[in-house]
Design a binder for this molecule. Structure first.
Ligand code: URA
Ligand code: SF4
Length: 222
């Protein structure tokens, strides 16, 4: 008997079957806790769903949770989150009125060394697109005015795989210029990831660049 395959050459990665068919952010958060839409849930502590106000005017999208986020179940609570919070404040943005989330909701890592420290590993495009339905739902439910992609992974998730942060960072796109998933009212822009500031040889300049891009978002919110 022939074995039925739904996709050529392997298993489809897709969060869609795990999405609730109704409800607000809490219902989605609860459902995402059980997502097995791609292999990244294996070996992690938990799904790290977005966090913040359901009526936020600003949504910030990172790449994926890191080690500390995985343990605590909240986005941006580690070192990159520290840089981000400081930069937001300096740009005049109120974190209490923002929503923080990630393109991918599970921590991807490799373990090495005797202490088995977990080292971040970038998600593949396949994993990003598998997880995209959660991000789409968050944007639709929140309906922000501005969406900021932090780094290449988030920018590709929002603007497509050919987007280059190095080239187009800081440029504000009107709702019609990107695949706005919020009912046509959100502007969007990309900037560097806060962890790139921590890795940079010229930290101060990198940080200033991040703040300057976030000021574009702040101006768009006024
Ligand atoms: N980096 C991210 O992209 N997201 C987090 O939540 C933490 C670190
Ligand atoms: Fe589901 Fe996203 Fe986690 Fe993959 S990374 S299991 S799609 S929540």
């Amino acid at each position: 008997m022939a074995v039925r395959r739904d996709t050529a050459g392997g298993q489809a990665y897709d969060a869609t079957p795990y999405l609730p068919d109704r409800g607000g952010l809490p219902a989605y958060r609860e459902a995402a806790a059980g997502c097995e839409g791609c292999p990244l849930h294996v070996g992690t502590t938990q799904t790290v769903f977005g966090s913040g106000s359901a009526s936020a005017r600003l949504v910030l999208v990172g790449e994926q949770p890191g080690d500390q986020e995985d343990r605590r179940g909240e986005p941006f609570v580690g070192p990159a989150g520290g840089v981000l919070r400081k930069a937001l404040e300096e740009a005049g943005l109120d974190i209490g009125e923002s929503y923080l989330t990630n393109a991918v909701k599970h921590f991807k890592y490799t373990s090495t060394g005797p202490g088995k420290r977990r080292i971040h590993k970038p998600p593949t495009l396949r994993e990003v697109s598998a997880c995209r339905p959660w991000l789409t739902a968050e944007l639709r439910l929140i309906g922000p005015h501005v969406v900021v992609a932090l780094g290449a992974t988030a920018a590709k998730a929002l603007f497509g795989p050919s987007f280059r942060v190095t080239k187009d960072r800081g440029a504000l796109f009107s709702p019609g210029e990107w695949g706005d998933g919020t009912g046509g009212k959100a502007c969007a822009l990309a900037t560097i990831h806060p962890s790139a500031v921590l890795r940079s040889d010229e930290r101060e300049a990198a940080y200033a660049g991040l703040v300057s891009d976030l000021r574009v978002a702040a101006a768009a919110l006024r």
